[in-house]
Ligand binder design. Sequence first.
Ligand SMILES: *Cc1c(COP(=O)(O)O)cnc(C)c1O
Length: 387
Amino acid sequence: MIYADNSATTKVKPEVIDAMLPFFGEHYGNPSSLYAFAYDAKRAVEEAREKVAEVIGAKSREIFFTSCGSESDNWALRGVASKFDGGHIITSAIEHPAIMQTCKYLEKKGYRVTYLPVSELGEVNPDDVRAAICDDTILISVMTANNEIGTIQPIAEIGKIAREKKILFHTDAVQAYGHIPINVDEMNIDLLSLSGHKIGAPKGIGALYIRTGIKLNNLICGGGQERGRRAGTENVPYIVGLGCAASLAARDMEENIKKLSAMRERLIERVTKIPYCRLTGHPTNRLPGLVSIVIEGIEGEALLLNMFNEGICASSGSACSSGSLDPSHVLLAIGLPHHIAHGSLRISLGEENEVGDEIKIAEAIEKVSARLRAMSPVWENGKPMWA
Ligand SMILES: *Cc1c(COP(=O)(O)O)cnc(C)c1O
């Protein structure tokens, strides 16, 4: 089997498991306890915080552990919004559902939200951000890199505008953290969401970076953990795992970018030779391991199941919204009509993949698309009905 769905989740790295194990067993103390037995747990949490911070040039005091990327996104948006009595939020039309649905909720609560359109390559235009700013804009939230089409956003430019206008800037960096360079100071980021399971740590651990001095309300109320800002007894083993995965990701980032973008380019070159098959997202300014395509005349679900029969795990549209019949909001936002958006396929390579996997994947896509087109009711004489 070739696992090529690393944007959905990654395998927990063996080093991460080794780092976590003692904190299920011998070091099971509660980091909040005052006796020496709990020191190991407390120290490990603080070391992990340091490691998570280092990857993005933050201070460890600015990292707050959460249960996942979705919680971090919810906290950033709700935590800022609830400081104000109404107001305006700017986001993009291609955000992850954790941002999208939170914005919809805030709209119901009386906030106004601008969903900025994107180019056909999936980029937010910084000029559009500037033009959307109102007197009562309280927050700008634009993702660092898109999970479906891989496009990397001009975060530094958007950050500069936000800073200039004194508006808080949040970025959902779940797909980008540990995969591409990010610096919260150089990019003027005030709040940043990240998640463990996209970088080789377990599912169910995340963090929110909150720049020093920024006030937002708590999402989870209770005890005084995380310096009173996120209640709940710390998930010590997972926090340790996240810290370990973060430092491994930083250590290997350059090498992984090189390896994965070369594999990505070979795969793109090969599959875009299939007639009526094209790349979605930006051709170069994209996540190193992410290849997203649409193959006309085919249904994404059939494509996925057939790919799995060929031994390849991939995804279509967004894994989070599979089960729904609507094509992904991201593919519609880049201007694809429904009938084309339905044939989407996402291959997300990770460092576990071996060089050469991309060729096997390309061969499987060629084989499967020819087979499905042969029995497709909308495919005739070597082209789709609408061509
Ligand atoms: C996976 C993902 C999330 C959600 O993170 P979880 O830890 O699964 O809750 C949020 N945003 C983006 C861009 C993602 O890819």
